[in-house]
Design a protein around this ligand. Structure first.
Ligand SMILES: N[C@@H](CCOP(=O)(O)O)C(=O)O
Length: 459
């Protein structure tokens, strides 16, 4: 299994190459050269079994075994530890045909842990094969950065730079990143939004002067390795629900999680329709529903991690919906980068709609849904989860739906308290953060400043 790019890059990379590149050399995103498929019965059996074994099977299917069977096993064990709740698949049925999948039982209490815990040993294995060091540049609207810092702090082979939008992640998310004392981690606060941070990351990955200092990649979901770690839980959850091709409703920011579900469906697993639920930063749902993809500045919301207006993985979906046309995909995203406004062809729009649907959930509905989840089911959910649950309740008409719960409510205590009238219980992993010293390098919203900060760090 090798990888090609969404913008026409066809010099096949192995999984290790794609992992260490982050983005294809022409700025496209890596995708499998062709989608592997497994016998549906075989996939169903694997999905019902041990989560580690399921993950190993999927990683091998996507060519991760190029890093050796031991690395695959170690990575699968890490993701399994972040996934299980009391040793079980963390799926709760709250109503007939409605389940919530809790993906926040890992060390930073968000779904990003599953892939990040997995990608760290894989990165180590890839680097020791090549005997090189790596700089990882990563943008975050809160959860990715926290999970990346946790997974890579202290690594001997990796330097990690995390860009977050200043004042636009939750205080708990910020503390999870900035209180970690590790010489190999640099937290940069940008006077901008997440999309600015992600733009810097993409530009840095192509920066020739930086490549002279060594390998450079990213652990955002633009990196195929990151996204792959999010595929197994779709299969496991569908199997645990007992439903036939359940629909998944995914709270969506950078569209990586939803695309991971799409990938699960593509390989023939028991994964039904994919629905992306977004907050008022709804460029993605507007693109799919109206055919116009327009870049706006992100508006701060309670579901901060989804404050994304240029979702990177939309490019993977467009590539697939176009029939894997690299030139057409490149043209569309070049226009978007230049003008911030693209009108999709009618064919493209209907091809996208055949793959996923999307809807927007307001702040008011998000708050009401947090209250409803507690009153009706005794569930204390975070604002991101509430966006998904609201969309799921809207779509429910007798079909089985699994809504993804992406973070612990205590990462967003203010809004949850406003909604419920009491504060969510604070786990020990959060309590210990208060009072610790924070280190942040603030910069203006300026690429030259971002480059200078990274160069100053990597030397
Ligand atoms: N929601 C994210 C934004 C980055 O997403 P990623 O999946 O591409 O890493 C966050 O919490 O940082």
């Amino acid at each position: 299994m090798n990888y090609i790019g969404t913008r026409g890059f066809h010099n096949h990379r192995t999984f290790a190459g794609a992992l260490l590149d982050g983005l294809a050399p022409d700025g496209g995103l890596y995708v499998p050269q062709s989608w592997p498929s497994l016998d549906a019965a075989e996939l169903a059996t694997a999905a019902k079994g041990d989560y580690g074994v399921l993950t190993e099977k999927l990683l091998t299917l996507f060519g991760v075994d190029v890093l050796g069977a031991e690395a695959v096993k170690a990575a699968a064990a890490k993701t399994k530890a972040a996934f299980l709740r009391n040793g079980e698949t963390p799926l709760t049925q709250v109503e007939d045909n409605l389940w919530i999948l809790e993906l926040w039982h890992g060390p930073t209490l968000a779904f990003k842990d599953m892939a990040m815990q997995m990608i760290a040993p894989l990165t180590d294995a890839a680097l020791s094969q090549r005997g090189e060091k790596l700089t990882l540049v990563t943008a975050t609207s809160g959860d990715t950065g926290a999970a990346a810092v946790r997974a890579f702090a202290g690594s001997a082979h990796v330097r990690l730079v995390v860009f977050h939008p200043l004042g636009r992640v939750s205080p708990v998310q910020r503390l999870q990143m900035t209180t970690v004392e590790a010489d190999n981690v640099l937290n940069i606060g940008v006077e901008g939004d997440f999309d600015d941070c992600q733009r810097f990351v993409k530009q840095l990955l192509g920066e020739a002067s930086l490549k002279e200092t060594g390998l450079i990649s990213s652990v955002n979901s633009i990196n195929w390795g990151r996204l792959l770690g999010q595929v197994p839980y779709y299969l496991a959850a569908a199997a645990a629900s007992g439903a036939d091709h359940p629909e998944f409703v995914v709270p969506t920011g950078n569209f990586g999680d939803a695309f991971a579900g799409w990938a699960g469906r593509k390989i023939g697993a028991n994964v039904g329709h994919l629905h992306a639920a977004v907050n008022s930063n709804d460029a993605l749902s507007q693109a799919i529903n109206t055919g116009r993809y327009v870049r706006h500045q992100a508006t701060p919301t309670a579901s901060v991690s989804m404050d994304v207006q240029a979702p990177s993985n939309f490019e993977r979906l467009v590539f697939e919906a176009s029939g894997r046309e690299g030139a057409a995909t490149k043209a569309l995203f070049d226009t978007f980068a230049a003008d911030g406004d693209v009108t999709l062809s009618a064919d493209m729009q209907s091809a996208l709609k055949a793959e996923v649907s999307a809807s927007t959930v307001s702040e008011e509905t998000t708050k009401k849904t947090i209250k409803h989840a507690y009153d009706a089911w005794g569930q204390v959910i975070c604002p991101h989860t509430a966006v998904a649950v609201a969309a799921a309740l809207e779509r429910k008409s007798g079909k089985p739906i699994i809504a993804l719960s992406t973070a612990h409510a205590a990462k967003f205590p203010e809004f949850v308290t406003e909604a419920l009238g009491f504060a969510p219980e604070v786990p020990e992993a959060i309590q210990v953060l208060y009072g610790r010293k924070e280190t942040i390098t603030p910069i203006k919203n300026d690429y030259a400043a971002a480059l200078a900060a990274v160069k100053g760090f990597v030397g």
